[in-house]
Design a protein around this ligand. Sequence first.
Ligand code: HEC
Ligand code: HEC
Ligand code: HEC
Ligand code: HEC
Ligand code: HEC
Ligand code: HEC
Ligand code: HEC
Ligand code: HEC
Ligand code: HEC
Ligand code: HEC
Length: 308
Amino acid sequence: MKRKSSYIIILSLLFISMLLSIPSRGQVKSDHGELDWAKLNAAFKGATFVRNTISCLECHDDIHGKYMETAHGRIFEQNPKGSLEVANCEACHGPRSKHAEEPDQSLKFSVEQFSAVCMQCHQGGERMHWKTSLHKTAEVGCVSCHKVMEKRSESALLSGANQLELCSSCHKDVAAKMSRNSRHPVKEGKVDCSSCHNPHGAPGSGMLVKGNVNETCYSCHQEKRGPFLWEHAPARENCMTCHDPHGTNNKNLLVTQSATLCVSCHQYGGHINQYRYNRVSTPYGNGCVNCHVSVHGSNHPSGTKLTR
Ligand code: HEC
Ligand code: HEC
Ligand code: HEC
Ligand code: HEC
Ligand code: HEC
Ligand code: HEC
Ligand code: HEC
Ligand code: HEC
Ligand code: HEC
Ligand code: HEC
């Protein structure tokens, strides 16, 4: 009895702390106040926040119309929370009292410096694994993928019109596969690169949203998860043994033609080597799965040979 009630107390404490840790707007925590601007760029030494957008616009009016179409522009100018958001332009461009008097390029940020600036408000959440992400370590930064001074994409302020266009600019080999005969409907916008990858970083290999290949696939192809009475070992281990999710010229995203694929592992005598069964060398192919219909596993009591 005593144990039970202490569980309840712990659970409710957990629940309360969860509620407290939910920031007011999504994952965004404005105003961390942690960034040392002069450390980021020595030219900021002695500069203070002007906190007066109008003074910036005296010289930069040309950029304002487009900026106001972005989430930042609207929120920082119309409904700011905390002193960083109130600082508006300077939340990203740093304290600019000296610049307003003597404008020059000395405060211009590199891609990497901008990432530190953005992370004042955007750390955690989707960007939990940013520090160790392959993108960060390859010197790709927030502003390599996001253009924040204007709205170029439907959502997420991407530098391209959509993800395929954005990611293609660097991953040409992957983008080329998206035009093959068999592919995920990425071009059609039904599946995105970010359906499978977190471009901000993820704990497992390949920056996959679910940590590994199979869990990522199961998130949409639940029926392949099983559990099955009769497993097919390679399907349980790694979908990519037989499929390339980016695209192939074989049916069903298969890495090679279906029957060729099967005999790459099942190379022994018996029925497999009989012409009637082995359709590898015939134009109408697809032989094995004509009978072995449950290549991903079977739940039929007599499905041990994956034939039902
Ligand atoms: C008196 C005019 C003037 C005012 C006021 C002014 N700027 Fe500038 N700004 C300039 C000029 C000119 C340049 C281009 C400098 C160059 O190319 O050498 C510039 C460049 C910039 C740049 C691009 C280069 C960089 O330093 O990153 C940013 C960002 C910028 N200004 C932001 C601001 C903000 C924010 C404010 C308000 C706090 C502001 N400016 C106020 C004239 C001004
Ligand atoms: C959310 C962050 C953010 C905010 C807020 C912001 N900027 Fe920028 N700004 C950037 C980034 C990032 C760039 C670099 C542009 C790029 O990557 O192409 C930039 C570029 C600029 C430039 C240089 C443009 C050029 O063509 O080189 C000017 C000038 C500028 N910003 C002024 C402003 C002014 C004025 C405001 C406020 C009205 C403002 N910015 C608000 C992030 C921001
Ligand atoms: C002062 C805090 C602050 C800074 C600095 C900041 N952001 Fe934001 N950002 C916000 C807020 C607030 C939102 C709106 C979030 C929401 O609607 O839930 C936002 C939204 C976004 C969005 C989503 C926009 C959309 O339309 O879907 C992107 C992408 C983004 N920020 C990228 C950046 C990048 C890149 C930088 C650095 C150049 C940056 N932010 C700097 C506070 C900030
Ligand atoms: C390799 C490209 C890439 C890089 C680098 C990148 N992003 Fe993104 N970001 C994206 C894409 C693509 C989306 C849209 C994802 C989606 O819709 O799920 C996105 C979405 C977002 C969003 C809106 C949705 C959300 O997660 O809240 C924010 C905010 C954001 N990014 C901030 C950042 C910041 C801050 C950085 C740097 C630390 C950064 N991004 C680096 C590609 C990138
Ligand atoms: C249906 C899921 C899925 C989609 C959609 C997807 N990927 Fe992948 N991608 C994967 C898997 C799974 C891997 C292998 C990861 C591993 O090896 O751990 C991978 C690997 C990669 C790799 C590294 C290896 C390679 O093949 O070069 C890159 C780069 C990549 N994807 C980029 C993209 C881009 C860009 C898009 C959008 C145009 C995209 N992916 C869409 C699932 C997907
Ligand atoms: C500015 C160039 C650039 C852009 C844009 C870009 N990437 Fe990358 N990406 C890289 C680099 C560089 C690496 C490091 C590894 C490499 O060289 O392939 C990388 C690595 C990756 C990997 C991991 C590859 C592996 O070996 O595990 C994936 C997955 C990936 N990117 C997906 C994406 C997706 C999805 C987008 C679009 C949202 C995107 N990238 C946009 C440059 C870029
Ligand atoms: C975001 C959801 C999503 C994820 C994650 C996903 N898929 Fe798909 N998959 C789809 C959709 C949608 C289709 C197209 C279905 C259709 O056209 O009826 C598809 C189709 C397929 C096809 C059949 C292609 C064809 O030519 O008919 C295969 C094979 C496939 N996916 C394998 C995978 C593998 C392997 C993974 C993991 C690496 C994966 N999928 C992850 C949504 C997803
Ligand atoms: C041993 C090879 C192999 C492995 C491993 C494998 N598949 Fe398949 N998959 C196939 C074959 C062969 C077909 C075509 C079946 C047919 O033509 O009837 C197929 C078809 C599909 C299809 C489209 C038709 C359907 O059944 O919905 C999807 C989706 C799919 N696989 C997802 C997956 C996922 C997810 C994984 C990992 C859990 C996986 N596959 C692992 C061989 C494999
Ligand atoms: C990557 C290697 C690999 C590929 C490719 C592969 N298999 Fe298998 N298959 C195995 C392994 C391992 C087993 C389990 C063998 C065992 O338990 O003795 C197995 C088991 C089977 C069984 C059940 C055999 C038994 O004795 O219970 C059948 C039927 C089968 N596979 C058919 C296929 C078909 C059809 C394909 C092509 C779509 C295929 N396999 C592709 C590795 C593979
Ligand atoms: C005409 C239907 C048919 C075709 C086509 C067929 N099989 Fe079979 N296969 C069977 C049946 C039925 C069994 C079960 C035999 C038994 O229980 O004695 C079987 C058994 C198997 C086994 C289990 C081991 C064994 O030899 O009994 C494997 C592995 C296998 N098939 C792989 C394949 C591969 C690989 C192909 C394509 C090259 C293929 N099969 C084509 C019907 C077929």
